[in-house]
Design a protein around this ligand. Structure first.
Ligand SMILES: CC(C)(COP(=O)(O)OP(=O)(O)OC[C@H]1O[C@@H](n2cnc3c(N)ncnc32)[C@H](O)[C@@H]1OP(=O)(O)O)[C@@H](O)C(=O)NCCC(=O)NCCS
Length: 208
């Protein structure tokens, strides 16, 4: 890979993408198509990478430069998703050979994903999270750091699982939910709700 074009610019996400690439000994030139209106802070600087901000979509290998589900969707609605989006997987991640990932996923350090699971497109799984066997993660889901998801779990499109949450086996979590940090999810959660606590309870509707 000579170049990697990032659609969208979150300083945090770009820093983490550089870490993933560095872990694999890959140092493509990074081209960043800036978000429509976000300011540029450049706190992602890593001296090992050359990067530039560009205003048009060029390149042959693409990833999203943001992690927030609604912003991911907004960028793809604006630019389309027919480009060659790759999966970025940190060298320390361990993913079963029987697990499948669609395109545009980012898997960070020390993540483990067990057998026969499936990740949809544009899923982010943050550092130290663990996903069990026969688990299905929907498109655009973000799994924050140190989440533990058991086996036979289903998580709907666009849902965010907060840092340190635990999801017990056979639980179904709906679409566009936010599960609070540190929650223990022991029962199904419907679509479009914010839920948190131990045990995890619905608190209000989301407005995604
Ligand atoms: C669940 C969440 C979305 C709620 O956000 P919010 O609606 O802005 O909630 P607030 O901060 O206004 O708190 C409202 C109440 O809920 C409680 N609360 C918030 N999050 C909670 C959580 N995860 N577990 C238990 N209680 C929680 C607060 O203590 C507060 O209680 P009070 O009314 O008795 O004082 C948020 O707290 C959260 O957990 N987000 C995930 C963050 C994360 O993963 N960060 C890592 C990024 S890498």
């Amino acid at each position: 890979m000579q170049t990697l074009t990032l659609l969208g610019k979150s300083d945090v996400t770009i820093s983490m993408i550089m870490d993933v690439l560095e872990s694999k000994g890959m140092f493509p030139e990074i081209k960043i198509v800036n978000n429509l209106d976000l300011p540029i802070e450049h706190t992602f600087n890593n001296p090992k990478f050359k990067w530039e901000i560009i205003n048009e979509i060029i390149g042959d290998t693409f990833a999203l430069g943001v992690s927030n589900s609604p912003i991911k969707r907004k960028i793809l609605n604006t630019f389309g998703e027919d480009m060659n989006f790759i999966n970025l997987i940190h060298n320390t991640a361990s993913i079963s050979s029987t697990t499948t990932l669609e395109k545009g996923c980012t898997i960070h350090s020390n993540v483990s994903i067990s057998a026969h699971s499936h990740l949809g497109k544009f899923v982010s799984v943050n550092r130290n999270s663990s996903i069990g066997h026969h688990t299905n993660i929907g498109d655009f889901v973000s799994i924050n750091p140190s989440v533990a998801i058991a086996g036979h779990v289903n998580i709907g499109e666009g849902t965010v699982i907060g840092i340190g949450a635990i999801v017990l086996d056979h639980v179904n979590i709906g679409k566009n939910c936010v599960i609070g940090a540190g929650s223990i999810v022991i029962k199904d959660i419907p679509d479009d709700v914010v839920a948190y606590g131990s045990p995890c309870k619905i608190v209000r509707k989301t407005n995604i």
